[in-house]
Design a binder for this molecule. Structure first.
Ligand code: HEC
Length: 121
């Protein structure tokens, strides 16, 4: 009598396992996706955990953002355009490596700060 139920129990066990698998799958799908969309067109004023609070000066942004990977660079003479391109390039590094990064409006203040402090040619 007892043995007759054994195959049945296995099937029940499989069904229970499948039900739990489905439940876990559904729960897993319900986990909200991180909203990480740096290239979104409406990203102008979007702030997430990796951007700085608004209202910071170019100097503070430079100190905080540019020291994340290397020591602050010597401000040797470059053209304004070269500095702007470099800051944009570094900002892309920051985004790709998960560092805090500058929003589009914060690029120019940082470039302006660098230009105001760079050594003469
Ligand atoms: C995500 C890490 C990271 C951050 C943050 C970062 N840098 Fe860099 N930086 C690098 C790496 C890697 C190199 C060397 C490779 C290269 O030149 O791209 C570099 C090189 C440089 C150089 C020398 C390269 C050259 O072309 O002369 C300067 C100057 C510089 N960084 C300035 C900055 C400034 C200014 C900031 C802030 C706006 C900054 N970095 C923030 C990673 C970073």
């Amino acid at each position: 009598m007892k043995n007759q139920f054994k195959p049945m129990n296995n099937i029940v066990a499989i069904i229970v396992t499948l039900v739990f698998a489905v439940i876990f799958f559904v729960l897993f799908m319900l986990i909200p996706e991180p909203k990480d969309n740096p290239s979104s067109p409406s990203g102008q004023s979007a702030r997430d955990a990796r951007t700085y609070p608004s209202g910071m000066t170019g100097e503070i942004l430079f100190d905080k953002s540019c020291s994340q990977c290397h020591t602050l660079p010597p401000l040797t003479h470059r053209t304004p355009e070269d500095w702007r391109i470099l800051v944009l390039k570094m900002n892309r590094n920051m985004q790709q490596s998960g560092k805090n990064y500058l929003t589009p409006e914060e690029i120019q203040p940082v470039v302006d700060y660098i230009l105001s402090r760079q050594k003469p040619a």
